[in-house]
Design a binder for this molecule. Structure first.
Ligand SMILES: Cc1cc2nc3c(=O)[nH]c(=O)nc-3n(C[C@H](O)[C@H](O)[C@H](O)COP(=O)(O)OP(=O)(O)OC[C@H]3O[C@@H](n4cnc5c(N)ncnc54)[C@H](O)[C@@H]3O)c2cc1C
Length: 499
């Protein structure tokens, strides 16, 4: 208890006196990443996502330019929710309330049924983190995000089934409540086709296999082969995705189901990722697992030997609270190191057992999903260094969840725009422009509240990063206030959405 008061005071200080608060050194900078790294290939002068003691001035200008893209409503909500997420005093009761709204059987607590509750939850929470309830809301949201400069979106349906914490190795879930597997599978297929219909060229469809329903979840739990009905449903979804030039990523889930998800996804990649280097199916690897690197190596070896393209979404892992702890790295630092080492090796095309290194490294696709500023900054700096040397083997894409780490996404967009400007100068070599995506979830308010409860659990550990981002948001808000008072037009270089 005695430690909470200073934390909240610091947050309030940061909100009301952002310039002063920014003098407190922040932790997230490439320089810090370099200090903890033995990678001499990282450039000395590099992008800084949050101010460090030595880069304060430059970072401040960059942050302000990058955040100028965001609508004021989003800046305000981010500040409010940031204060909430990073305060243990507010988080505990607020989280209990969120869980009630997500799970209570009473219609009073159901925002889809109670209009008063909906009037609070929809604008304050749902609109910040979720894409929309129906097609017109979702398409308006996607258009807004693309107008900011993002390369595209990943659209996912919010429904999830979770294996109970008390029984993370359970072998089955109760089928009685849902009325049978075929009906659920058909409904799931239609939902995914409908989701695809809302996507454009180059976007992703995000798929959670347990979203197929309890029958498929039981097959996953029991390690069975994919049933023909599931394979047929996936084939229909993949064909539609190919015809729209979209890609599909398969989420990784809890350990009780993940080995089977990996097997089924490898079969899908083997079947569909054959189009001359362009993959349509992505598997997800969770770096927090002690077996993550072995999985990566195994899948790259298979792809190389069998002549298909491996596509990987790399995440740290979301189920630390409910999964078998012994299978997860003992410390956060070990997870961070494992994540960064895999990125390092895939970008360099070295250090992966069983495949050629250097120019013969297998061509693959890599999506770096996460909100960790160190990892993103390191990866981004490495892309530029290796590209300049002509030794970049894998060009990653980047993505964050809607409503989270907006600052990080904006910085990457700014970096891309700077690269485009730099290309125009005489004698400049063409630097790659990072492709950055936002991952959106759609569904009813109740379904999305359940999804948010999960995100709140996994993002509790990220409160330091949330806190680090708040001074920049507060500075941006203050700048807008001053501009409005002085009748000045906005001066951000990047595009900005209205609202
Ligand atoms: C676009 C996108 C897609 C995603 N898809 C998936 C998915 O398919 N499957 C999935 O599981 N997750 C997914 N996630 C969530 C992801 O796995 C992380 O939980 C989340 O992004 C927070 O981690 P971070 O990399 O952003 O960074 P940070 O906030 O720096 O890291 C937090 C993460 O570190 C790890 N960690 C924390 N404490 C410890 C500890 N004591 N010991 C060991 N490890 C620890 C946990 O993985 C925790 O989630 C996705 C995230 C994004 C942004």
């Amino acid at each position: 208890m005695p430690t909470r008061t200073p934390t909240i005071c610091l947050q309030l200080l940061q909100l009301y006196f952002p310039t002063r608060a920014a003098r407190f050194p922040s932790r997230c900078s490439v320089i810090a990443a370099r200090q903890s790294s033995n990678d001499a290939s990282l450039p000395t002068k590099s992008i800084t996502f949050f101010p460090s003691p030595t880069d304060q001035g430059a970072a401040k200008v960059l942050n302000s330019q990058a955040l100028a893209r965001l609508p004021t409503s989003s800046v305000l909500r981010s500040l409010f929710l940031g204060a909430f997420f990073s305060s243990s005093l507010l988080f505990t009761p607020g989280f209990a309330l969120l869980k009630k709204v997500a799970n209570s059987p009473s219609s009073i607590w159901n925002p889809d049924k109670n209009p008063l509750l909906r009037a609070v939850v929809k604008p304050l929470i749902y609109d910040q983190f979720c894409a929309g309830i129906n097609r017109s809301e979702i398409q308006a949201r996607i258009a807004q995000i693309k107008s900011l400069g993002f390369s595209g979106v990943i659209l996912c349906y919010g429904k999830e089934i979770q294996v109970e914490k008390s029984n993370p190795q359970c072998q089955s879930v109760d089928l009685a409540a849902t009325g049978g597997g075929d009906q659920e599978l058909e409904w799931w297929k239609r939902g995914n086709l409908e989701t695809l219909d809302m996507l454009g060229h180059g976007d992703y469809l995000g798929i959670k296999m347990t979203g197929c329903g309890k029958s498929i979840t039981n097959d996953l739990l029991q390690g069975k082969a994919a049933p023909p009905s599931f394979t047929a449903a996936m084939d229909a979804i993949v064909q539609r995705a190919i015809s729209q030039n979209c890609r599909i990523w398969i989420d990784s889930e809890q350990q009780a189901v993940q080995p089977t998800i990996d097997r089924w996804t490898i079969d899908l990649m083997r079947k569909h990722n054959r189009g001359g280097g362009q993959a349509v199916i992505y598997n997800t690897i969770q770096a927090y697992l002690k077996t993550a690197r072995a999985k990566l190596e195994h899948q790259l070896q298979l792809a190389h030997a069998e002549g298909w393209t491996l596509a990987i979404k790399l995440v740290r892992g979301a189920y630390i609270d409910t999964d078998l702890r012994a299978r997860i790295h003992d410390t956060k630092a070990a997870t961070d190191a494992a994540y960064d080492a895999m990125v390092h090796d895939l970008l360099h095309g070295t250090g992966i057992r069983g495949v050629p290194t250097g120019p013969g490294f297998p061509s693959m696709q890599l999506f770096l999903a996460g909100h960790n500023a160190h990892s993103v900054a390191r990866a981004s700096a490495l892309v530029r260094t290796l590209h300049a040397r002509g030794t970049l083997r894998t060009l990653p894409e980047f993505g964050q969840l809607q409503g989270m780490a907006d600052q990080l996404g904006c910085e990457l967009l700014q970096e891309g725009e700077d690269a485009v400007v730099a290309r125009a100068s005489p004698g400049a070599s063409a630097m790659p422009v990072p492709r950055v995506y936002k991952c959106l979830t759609w569904g009813s308010i109740r379904e999305c509240m359940q999804y948010l409860v999960r995100r709140a659990v996994e993002n509790r550990g990220a409160t330091g990063a949330v806190k680090d981002g708040m001074p920049a948001l507060a500075r941006e808000l203050r700048r807008r206030g001053v501009d409005a008072l002085m009748g000045r037009r906005r001066r951000g270089r990047g595009r900005r959405m209205s609202g």
